[in-house]
Design a protein around this ligand. Structure first.
Ligand SMILES: [Zn+2]
Length: 134
């Protein structure tokens, strides 16, 4: 018995992969037009519930707030970190490098705004010549 599954129709349902994604080069965030609070991937301002959010481009520098190593569902341990960006919003992403070298308070710089696999931002540690006083 011949049975064709309708796989042809599903091919058109994919997202626009292959198109150059501007978000891969710069991290964009939203700033509330009412109170100035910077947010990331939110529809409403978390402070004043304002819906008038303007998109701005981040400098891409920030500080690690918290870092957790995840072993689940991955061949190698990877870290999930909360990064507080210079503009004041917090994003979840990955910091490159050995987990033992990643600490809260470390300064990071955006490497890729959108990881092609997971779609999350990837950061790299900023070499700090003045580590002694941090
Ligand atoms: Zn607001």
């Amino acid at each position: 018995m011949y049975h064709h599954s309708g796989s042809v129709a599903q091919q058109a349902a994919g997202s626009a992969a292959g198109v150059l994604d501007p978000q891969a080069e710069a991290m964009l965030f939203q700033r509330c037009a009412w109170c100035g609070t910077a947010t990331y991937h939110r529809l409403l301002c978390p402070v004043c519930q304002g819906s008038e959010l303007r998109t701005e481009r981040s400098q891409g520098v920030g500080t690690i707030r918290h870092s957790t190593v995840v072993h689940r569902n991955t061949p190698a341990a990877r870290n999930v970190s909360l990064i507080e960006m210079a503009e004041g919003f917090v994003v979840r992403g990955r910091v490159m490098g050995p987990p033992i070298g990643i600490h809260g308070g470390d300064r990071v710089r955006l490497s890729t705004a959108k990881d092609p696999v997971r779609g999350e931002p990837v950061f790299q540690l900023v070499d700090e010549p003045f580590r002694a006083w941090t």
